[in-house]
Write a protein that binds this ligand. Structure first.
Ligand code: UT7
Length: 391
């Protein structure tokens, strides 16, 4: 029997803070309304040079440092995100390159706010089936770039950030014990982000404002209703799958969407609110990144102890939801400062390696007579001028 243990964790949060008071200067809202309806006080916004990829890389590098694992030992990288910069290459492939994870397969996963739970479940099952031995799962989002900053119903909710976990196979029982993944696409229109270039007809009409967008479209009340109807059941179902009972669970780390949703779930399960770890007050809803970011803070605050049993539960667009039960049985190794510095130096070397490979590829293409990207553009411009042909 193989088991998938969590051996590393890391998060990355941009420095720029946007408070409820700042938002009250931008849209018709108040700190009191946002705090009482959602539990959020402030959120982080990615700076100009921060992207889903840079944040994911930083979170993964931190998680690998905790695990004391060399990136070249990684077999798989899964990135859960709804805000990838490209349809392809995947954010995961760019992270693979930046880490120098030269033996890893890499792909992105789209399950909105449930994405991290989906990614964790897939990676753990791949390890348990002995298909792979190591994986890093990442949730990363720059939601601030896809919200309509004039829509007070959505812009107050979301924030940016990334979180990552490293998984490793072992014969010792424990780690990821069970998971449940679900979807109900009939509610897809309740929470959506249209992809303009793929289809000119939006799935739902309201994600554009004055020709700008697309932006996140959400029917808040309906999504609230959906979340409060499925989350408690998902927790109970996954605990049962693991052969456990609610009383065996030490801490539940839920997707950080709204404190009122969590209060509702706690009441339904007859659990005290302290059983749920919440940090949405500081970061808002960071979608696929919210669970690993929360887990990292729970570790930092000393909320987790060896042999604790945890539940991660996610819910959101799709509609999707899912939960995972984990035995927290890790004692991170003590990694020397010198080793940490060497690790950083290796990432710089990997950046240079990547650049050198790109240059070499271009050089080989030039030697072989292929037109450069610049020459291709020039040619397209010439054809445009000559025949009115579209570039
Ligand atoms: O990541 C997973 C997916 N997302 C979620 O889980 C979000 C789930 N939904 C929610 O968290 C809540 O529905 C919201 C926080 C989005 C909204 O809270 P609500 O209590 O459901 O408010 P509402 O949409 O029912 O609106 C109540 C009132 C409305 O005014 P009227 O029509 O009653 O006069 C809104 O226009 O509050 C108004 N309102 C606001 N007022 C001040 C909506 N947004 C704001 C705002 N500031 N930011």
């Amino acid at each position: 029997m193989r088991y998938a243990h969590i051996v590393g964790w890391g998060s990355y949060l941009p420095e720029q803070v946007l408070t409820n008071h700042d938002l009250a200067q931008m849209v018709d809202t108040t700190d009191e309304w946002i705090l009482s309806r959602t539990g959020i006080r402030e959120r982080r916004l990615a700076g100009e040079k921060e992207t889903v990829t840079t944040m994911a890389f930083n979170a993964a590098a931190r998680a690998l440092a905790v695990a004391d694992m060399h990136p070249a030992r990684l077999d798989m990288i899964i990135v859960a995100t709804s805000t990838s910069e490209h349809a392809f290459p995947s954010t995961a492939s760019l992270v693979q390159d930046a880490l120098g994870a030269t033996r890893a397969g890499a792909f992105d996963l789209s399950a909105a706010c449930s994405g991290f739970v989906y990614a964790l479940s897939l990676a753990a099952n791949a390890i348990k089936s002995d298909a792979i031995d190591t994986a890093v799962v990442i949730g990363t989002e720059t939601l601030s770039r896809v919200v309509d900053w004039q829509d007070r119903a959505t812009c107050i909710l979301f924030g940016d950030g990334a979180g990552a976990l490293v998984l490793k196979g072992s014969d010792v029982p424990g780690g990821v014990l069970a998971s449940t993944l679900r979807s109900d696409g009939s509610g897809g229109d309740l929470l959506s982000l249209h992809n303009t270039q793929i289809s000119s007809v939006p799935f739902i009409g309201t994600s554009y404002v004055n020709g700008h967008g697309p932006y996140i479209h959400m029917n808040g009340r309906q999504v609230f209703r959906f979340a409060t109807s499925v989350v408690a059941d998902a927790i109970e179902e996954v605990i049962k799958k693991a052969g456990l009972q609610l009383k065996d669970i030490s801490l539940i780390v839920p997707h950080q969407a709204n404190v009122r949703i969590i209060d509702h779930v706690a009441k339904k399960l007859k659990l005290p609110p302290e059983k749920f770890y919440l940090n949405l007050e500081r970061y808002g809803n960071t979608s696929a990144a919210s669970i690993p970011i929360a887990l990292c803070e729970a570790v930092q605050e000393g909320r987790l102890h060896p042999d604790d049993t945890l539940v991660f539960v996610g819910f959101g667009g799709g509609l999707t939801w899912g939960a995972v039960v984990v035995k927290w049985d890790v004692t991170p190794p003590d990694v020397s400062a010198v080793k940490q510095r060497l690790r950083q130096a290796r990432y710089v070397a990997m950046r240079l390696r990547s650049r050198a490979r790109r240059l070499l590829r271009r050089f080989m293409a030039w030697v072989g007579g292929s037109p450069t990207p610049k020459a291709r553009l020039k040619d397209a411009d010439r054809r445009l001028e000559e025949g009115g042909e579209k570039r």
